[in-house]
Design a binder for this molecule. Structure first.
Ligand code: SF4
Length: 380
């Protein structure tokens, strides 16, 4: 099957469901699942579920019905990414003479590869923060493994992603620090749906369940990672807090939302005025990068997602011929953010505990070792 919308179009979707089924039947493995924010907005579409039935809690129950004991939420590590990436941004802002501004987001492997191959002289602008998928794997195989009394090799980390490019990101040797691979297998939303169908699980009849603890709790800011502009907005909420010592209104940066492929905004935080750009789709990314390289535009922070509409419209999501569901799914994620009792990544209590117990503080030595990477050295 050809990969639709995949920004690395040379990739074909490799079916990894059998590998996951065999890990689940291996008693020596602790199979740990993480589920990306955008998956919750789309997983029920090809299973015939209504949006009211296809809740994130029923998704957790469905994955548990496959026999998975540890069902976690990548929204947790999206919050972790925000702590690291916004700290890096504030650091770069405070040393503009020696820093590479604008800072580029780094959570989309399609975009990272695009910068590395098409604009290598600008690759130093990428945040060194790993993506939420990779941060989750690194924490699952270190901090969480220790909590279980296990070692990294006992943990088999599976991620469910809206994305085909995440398969090669997980397989990039230079991105993993704890084990051979921080993430062992990446399933797309479509593959997860296939597994649920193969096991004949009557998903609609499952009662809702919570994600597991401690890596199963995320903020609304983490949820909007799945929509174009969401990473920028989440990072600004925490950067504001870092720069001023107090929270902004949670929706203070909503002017950056929308589906326009390349959009700009500026916001004042204290004495600082930030110039921002968001692009989705590699065509608009190319236009933005050409303008940046030619000195026609100037920004402090740039978010790019390779898929039009961001991960909501990712190449691993259910396909409906001739229909684009990215915007509609994105609206579901904004609604979940609004309903969330925690709207700021830095207020996620699990993240606070993780720093207290294990990482120290954002950009600490341990955080650098586990959560950052130099994309310029990637060989895949
Ligand atoms: Fe993957 Fe999301 Fe990037 Fe698309 S936008 S390539 S789904 S990370």
């Amino acid at each position: 099957q050809c990969v639709v919308h995949c920004p690395v179009g040379a990739l074909r979707e490799r079916d990894d469901t059998e590998t996951v089924f065999s890990a689940l039947s291996d008693p020596t493995k602790e199979v740990v699942f993480q589920i990306a924010p955008a998956v919750r907005a789309a997983w029920g579409e090809s299973l015939g579920l209504s949006p009211e039935q296809a809740t994130e809690k029923r998704l957790a129950a469905a994955v548990r019905a496959l026999g998975v004991k540890h069902v976690f939420d990548t929204t947790f590590s999206a919050d972790l990414t925000i702590l690291e990436e916004s700290s890096e941004f504030v650091e770069r802002l405070s040393h503009p003479e020696s820093s590479k501004l604008p800072q580029f987001t780094s959570c989309c492997p399609g975009w990272v590869r695009f910068v590395r191959t098409e604009y290598p002289e600008l690759a130093g602008h990428l945040s060194t923060a790993k993506s939420p998928q990779q941060m989750f794997g690194a924490i699952a195989k270190s901090y969480y493994a220790q909590k279980l009394g296990k070692s990294a090799k006992d943990i088999f980390c599976v991620s469910v992603m809206p994305c085909v490019a995440k398969k090669y990101e997980a397989a990039t040797p230079e991105v993993s620090d704890v084990a051979d691979q921080d993430v062992d297998v990446v399933l797309t939303t479509r593959e997860l749906d296939r597994m649920l169908r193969a096991m004949q699980i009557n998903v609609a009849a499952l009662p809702e369940e919570d994600f597991d603890s401690p890596l199963g709790r995320g903020s609304g800011a983490g949820v909007i990672f799945g929509v174009t502009g969401g990473v920028m907005e989440a990072a600004l909420r925490t950067a504001y807090w870092k720069l001023t010592g107090s929270n902004p209104p949670a929706d203070a940066f909503q002017d950056i939302r929308g589906q326009k492929p390349w959009r700009e905004a500026s916001f004042s935080i204290g004495e600082t005025t930030l110039r921002l750009a968001v692009a989705s789709g590699l065509g608009s990314a190319r236009a933005l990068m050409d303008a940046l390289r030619a000195g026609q535009v100037s920004y402090d922070f740039v978010e790019v997602m390779a898929c039009p509409g961001g991960c909501s419209g990712g190449g691993g999501q259910p396909i409906h011929d001739g229909e684009d569901h990215a915007a509609q799914r994105g609206q579901r994620l904004y609604a979940l953010d609004q309903e969330s009792p925690i709207r700021f990544s830095h207020e996620n209590p699990t993240i606070q505990t993780l720093y207290q117990e294990y990482l120290g503080h954002p950009l600490s030595e341990t955080a650098h070792h586990l959560l950052h990477t130099d994309q310029r050295k990637w060989t895949l």
